[in-house]
Write a protein that binds this ligand. Structure first.
Ligand SMILES: [Zn+2]
Length: 483
């Protein structure tokens, strides 16, 4: 290397180092001085009311077997709510949508840009009752823990919203804007009977919605790499969903004299190719925002890494792709979920089919993803069909302004030492049914989630602590007061 080139390289490296140091040193932590807490929720009976709510069995099943029974149970649940929260139910407009969902409108001083809070009353089925510590629909409170299906998904949100609104209204307070509580009844099976009908009703009645808040994230412990403090993650978008059906048709025959070509071998090869392929990863949108906004609160090494994504993103990508949950936040994922073929041990199957499920990153075009999969397979014998129920990722909501700002302030006030950052939900929520109602949809509920309690959601022994429930009620009262 000549002296001149060497000198240029050294100067270039020095400039990069200075730029990195500058950006790191001048990215300060926000001075999150805690605002004085406005109310303290101390009505011990709230937790007992929550326990009662667990006992209404509204269980979503994809075949719709429980549909009629659910509607009967929902009616009872509605009646119970009206008794338990008399102020809310007598002083607001309560509408039953499509026989099961509830739309409760608390009139504000003005009716433009209403604040809308979603929650769902249905739960997922319990796979193995005998493995639960307590029966999942008894609502057992032991010590300060409530055990039951729906304790964290999502009756906690339904009941915390009602507890908070009951107290808020009893205090004689009136919000500036309308507050709408919208409780769906079939979120776990897609929300077509509930949330989608509510959304249509809102459009038909020309309601002006300023923002929507729903489940998706909460105060997450140990989720963001390099961040010691808990992160209050506000989901700005959720990934899309698409399913590809693959089929191979080759005449079968007797297994005693197999041909050199058969449908299962062709399918296995195709699935292998797909399995060895990954869609491109990129750190953009809400995930980029998450790391840039969390960086000031990280220790020096991580701060250096995440404050300089313009330079370090290949390295950060490598780190994030190392774990399946973080990998899913930076690329469209795909996986084989169903395989069928064969009728008998001595018959070569003439048809073999497989199903690939895709979760789509904002910005990715589903037809293009399908063509990519086809070119990876590169075999005309494998037919690929896109199921019609696909939907792209939702639009990305802004990470400032109405809704986001107030949620952020309430999170800092009630949870204290947390970092509020944007994020992206990698599963699905009812929010997808509300696209087009408002461009501000925020996925945050005021509950703490850790690896320990997350395993109860859709799993075994779902439970919640009394203090966590009361803190959520505090959060909503604080938030209603800012709206
Ligand atoms: Zn849920």
């Amino acid at each position: 290397m000549s002296k001149k080139i060497f000198k240029t390289v050294v100067i270039f490296l020095l400039v990069i180092l200075l730029l990195m140091l500058g950006k790191t040193l001048f990215t300060h932590s926000d001075d999150n001085t805690l605002e004085k807490q406005l109310w303290k929720y101390e009505n011990a009976k709230g937790f007992e009311r929550f326990s009662k709510a667990i006992q209404f069995q509204i269980v979503g099943d994809d075949e719709g077997v429980n549909r009629e029974q659910n509607l009967i149970e929902l009616k009872k649940f509605h009646e119970w709510m009206a008794n338990a929260y008399p102020t809310v139910f007598s002083k607001s407009a309560v509408e039953v949508i499509n026989g099961g969902s509830l739309l409760i409108t608390i009139a504000g001083k003005e009716h433009q840009n209403a604040a809308m809070f979603l929650a769902h009353m249905d739960v997922v089925p319990v796979a193995d009752v005998s493995k639960w510590k307590f029966p999942p629909f008894k609502g057992v409170i032991q010590g300060d823990t409530l055990w039951g299906r729906g304790a964290l998904d999502d009756k906690n949100v339904v009941i915390a919203l009602l507890e908070a609104m009951e107290m808020y209204m009893k205090l004689g307070l009136k919000p500036r804007r309308d507050i709408i509580l919208a409780f769906g009844h079939d979120e776990e099976t897609g929300g077509l009977d509930g949330a989608a009908q509510i959304a249509q009703y809102l459009k038909k009645t020309h309601r002006s919605i300023g923002f929507i808040a729903d489940e998706g994230f909460g105060v997450m412990d140990g989720i963001v790499p390099g961040l010691k403090k808990p992160a209050a993650i506000v989901g700005l978008a959720e990934k899309g969903f698409a399913t590809l059906d693959l089929e191979v048709n080759i005449p079968g025959g007797h297994s005693a004299w197999p041909k050199s070509e058969n449908a299962s071998a062709v399918m296995v090869e195709a699935l292998n190719k797909i399995d060895n392929f990954q869609f491109d990863a990129s750190i953009n949108g809400p995930i980029r925002g998450l790391f840039e906004q969390a960086a000031p609160h990280m220790n020096f090494g991580y701060k250096l890494l995440f404050s300089n994504l313009w330079l370090t993103s290949p390295l950060v990508k490598m780190v994030l792709l190392g774990k399946e949950k973080t990998a899913a936040t930076i690329r469209t994922t795909h996986v084989t979920t169903l395989i069928h073929g064969g009728v008998k041990e001595n018959v070569v199957p003439p048809t073999v089919s497989a199903t690939i499920n895709l979760r789509v990153l904002p910005g990715d075009d589903i037809q293009l993803l399908k063509s990519q999969i086809e070119s990876v397979i590169d075999d005309k014998r494998v037919k690929v069909k896109l199921r019609p129920d696909f939907h792209a990722a939702t639009p990305v909501s802004p990470d400032k302004g109405l809704g986001y700002d107030q949620i952020k302030q309430s999170a800092l006030t009630i949870f204290g030492d947390v970092v509020v950052v944007p994020g992206m939900v990698i599963t699905g929520t009812d929010c997808k049914n509300y696209v087009g109602i408002t461009n501000r949809i925020y996925r945050f509920v005021p509950f703490r989630f850790s690896n320990e309690n997350l395993s109860g959601i859709h799993g075994l022994n779902e439970h919640i602590e009394r203090k966590d429930f009361y803190r959520a009620v505090d959060f909503y009262v604080d938030l209603f007061n800012r709206l």
